[in-house]
Design a protein around this ligand. Structure first.
Ligand code: HEM
Length: 155
């Protein structure tokens, strides 16, 4: 029984649900970003998973009917405790790891790229004029997808 076997691409909602449970289990336990969920928001994971599943199913496959304002809860979090570029960088790392542990393929790549784009967009929306210049290069603590790819191919 291997938990790390590459299973092929993310084929649909069932695969997404597994990835999301792995990701949020890691995120809740993470010393850096876990407290946003566990201490600040008091997130109920079992309530969060179906909504976030709809969000990702819609983003990747256009099949679910997610209707919500995904920025709003993060704006509330950010005013309780600043969400930094490093926090979003950690989110991206965990998201990549959750996908790479199980999947390879075009949808897996799209999911990783979308996660990074949305993390960048959230950071810019929340930090406004104080946003670290993520698009131009590597801001403190934030490791862009492209840089990770470069690193992993560097001999
Ligand atoms: C450090 C980064 C992040 C933290 C700490 C964080 C934390 C949270 C928390 C605490 C909630 C509220 C859950 C609740 O209802 O209790 C939430 C909601 C949500 N987050 Fe994040 N988040 C982060 C980044 C992201 C990113 C990059 C995405 C998208 C790729 C995302 C997508 C969502 C969505 C779709 C919701 C649900 C909104 C709804 O209920 O309709 N989050 N997040």
């Amino acid at each position: 029984m291997s938990h790390f076997a590459a299973d092929g691409d993310i084929a649909g909602r069932a695969d997404l649900d597994v990835v999301l449970r792995r990701f949020y289990t890691a995120a809740f336990a993470d010393p850096q970003i876990g407290p946003f969920f566990t201490e600040i928001a008091g997130t109920d994971l079992e309530a969060h998973l179906p909504r976030i599943g709809d969000f990702w199913e819609r983003a990747l496959f256009r099949t679910a009917d997610y209707q919500g304002d995904p920025v709003a809860p993060h704006r509330a979090l950010h005013s309780a405790r600043a969400m930094t570029a490093a926090d979003f960088g950690r989110w991206v790392q965990l998201w990549r790891a959750a996908i790479d542990g199980r999947h390879r393929g075009p949808n897996a790549e799209r999911a990783k790229a979308m996660g990074e784009r949305i993390a960048l967009a959230f950071h810019e929306r929340l930090a406004g004029a104080d946003a670290e210049p993520l698009r131009g290069g590597v801001a403190a603590g934030f490791v862009p997808l492209a840089a990770l790819k470069l690193r992993s191919t560097a001999a």
